[in-house]
Design a protein around this ligand. Structure first.
Ligand code: ADP
Ligand code: MG
Length: 237
């Protein structure tokens, strides 16, 4: 039997009077990684923001472990096990790397405190070397790693990563890819928004393609890769 951690059903999202998402559906199974792919402006970030409560849907359902959380405040949705890593890296610039982690520490849904600073140092060797550095002094890539690590300190069941590789040096992109693979081994469920399908191959099992606020494709990522009609029509490749 499938075990759905996150289910988005027929959500419509508006910014003011502009309708941005049109009946978006997504299903994310426990322990799997879903790549949410689409061109710039397609609606990937808006979908993420709708799930985590920053852009509440005007219609539809966002169910986490079967419980509808659509329209609830972001901190409430976070408490239901949703960890969101926004595309603009959010760290406390005047606090050290280690303080950024301890500030974010929260037990997970089941009370688990699986993520500790020690575990972060093991999983993020680059951050371990920067423990005492103020976060505002980190490079963009280091801040991205710290933003992911901070979110993990809240022990989420489902992690939303919004274009984590965007604009970063190849070495950091590799590090992020390695990290996502390592996270998958721990059983965390991931939604990975990306423009670049190639970055997601080997990271994600499933793929959904969004275009102009509509989901236009949903299948395994291998099926998507083998479908040049869809990739050339909807993705920048
Ligand atoms: N705060 C906002 N106000 C109005 N329109 C927005 C806002 N944020 C995004 N949009 C519009 O919503 C659409 C989807 O944007 P977004 O979800 O950021 O796409 P993506 O993440 O796929 O690049 C775009 O047309 C964008 O211009
Ligand atoms: Mg975006």
């Amino acid at each position: 039997m499938s075990d759905v951690v996150l289910s988005v059903e027929q959500i419509d999202v508006y910014y003011g009077a502009s309708k941005i998402l049109f009946g978006v559906d997504l299903t994310v199974q426990r322990g799997r990684t879903l790549a949410l792919l689409g061109r710039n402006g397609a609606g990937k970030s808006t979908t993420m923001k709708a799930i985590c409560g920053i852009a509440p849907p005007r219609r539809g359902r966002v169910a986490v472990h079967g419980k509808d959380v659509a329209g609830r405040a972001p901190h409430v949705i976070a408490r239901h096990g949703v960890g969101y890593v926004p595309e603009d890296r959010q760290v406390f610039p005047l606090h050290t790397v280690e303080e950024n982690l301890t500030i974010a520490a929260k037990p997970g849904m089941d009370g688990a405190r699986g993520w500790t600073p020690e575990r972060v140092w093991e999983s993020f060797p680059l951050l371990a070397e920067l423990k005492t550095r103020r976060a505002g002094l980190l490079s963009g890539g280091e801040q991205q790693l710290l933003t992911i690590a901070r979110t993990l300190m809240g022990n989420p069941d489902v992690l939303l990563l919004d274009e984590p590789s965007e604009g970063l040096a190849p070495i950091i992109v590799q590090e992020i890819g390695r990290l996502i693979r390592a996270l998958r081994e721990t059983g965390v469920t991931i939604v990975l928004a990306e423009q670049n399908m190639h970055f997601c191959l080997g990271l994600a099992e499933d793929a959904a393609v969004i275009d102009k606020g509509h989901i236009v494709y949903a299948n395994t990522i291998e099926a998507l890769r083998a479908d040049p009609e869809v990739t050339s029509r909807y993705l920048a490749i």
